[in-house]
Design a protein around this ligand. Structure first.
Ligand code: HEM
Length: 150
């Protein structure tokens, strides 16, 4: 799987065991709401400091966002869209091809925070559930880091 020369760093403590975000998010905004949210997130990623990790074409980015949306629908207690289409989530392993350090993770989190801010302002994400959703992102994203700190 790993084609990198350097050893892959594993964050101490193993996978985070934090709470999942509230299932009510999916009930409130539905699968289309999750897909729109992730599409907006990928638009931000395409303009971010970590854009080099991602595909360049607009339709490729939409396709990539749909893959992530499938994961979030599943995470939120909806249909197991990710597993059905792409197999076992194994998220950390799926991120091995990208050298994700603490700064890359922070940029990813900042893009998501801005996306959620816009969505709440537009009334397309329930503000009451932003804390649990962001807490999940904060915790789970630490497990995607695979480059050791300096
Ligand atoms: C809460 C944490 C995260 C979740 C839930 C998540 C979710 C996902 C999912 C579901 C995929 C598709 C996997 C596949 O290709 O089979 C993906 C791909 C990807 N993720 Fe993440 N991710 C997280 C954190 C991060 C972070 C911190 C970064 C980088 C800074 C990152 C960068 C990428 C990249 C570059 C791809 C491949 C995009 C593509 O070409 O399709 N992810 N992520």
């Amino acid at each position: 799987m790993d084609e990198r020369k350097q050893a892959i760093y594993t964050p101490a403590g193993g996978p985070p065991a934090g709470a999942r975000p509230s299932l009510e998010i999916l009930i409130e905004i539905g699968e289309p709401g999750i897909f729109s949210l992730l599409e907006a997130f990928y638009v931000r990623l395409a303009e971010s400091r970590i854009q080099h990790f991602f595909p360049t074409g607009e339709s490729e980015m939409v396709a990539a966002s749909q893959k992530s949306a499938a994961f979030f629908v599943q995470l939120l207690g909806g249909r197991p869209l990710f597993s059905q289409h792409f197999g076992p989530p194994q998220m950390r392993r799926r991120h091995f091809p990208f050298e994700i350090d603490a700064a890359a993770r922070q940029e990813w989190l900042d893009c998501f925070a801005e996306t959620l801010k816009d969505a709440m302002a537009a009334g397309t994400f329930p503000a009451a559930h932003e804390p649990s959703f962001s807490a999940f992102l904060e915790s789970f994203s630490s497990w995607m880091v695979n480059v050791a700190p300096d």
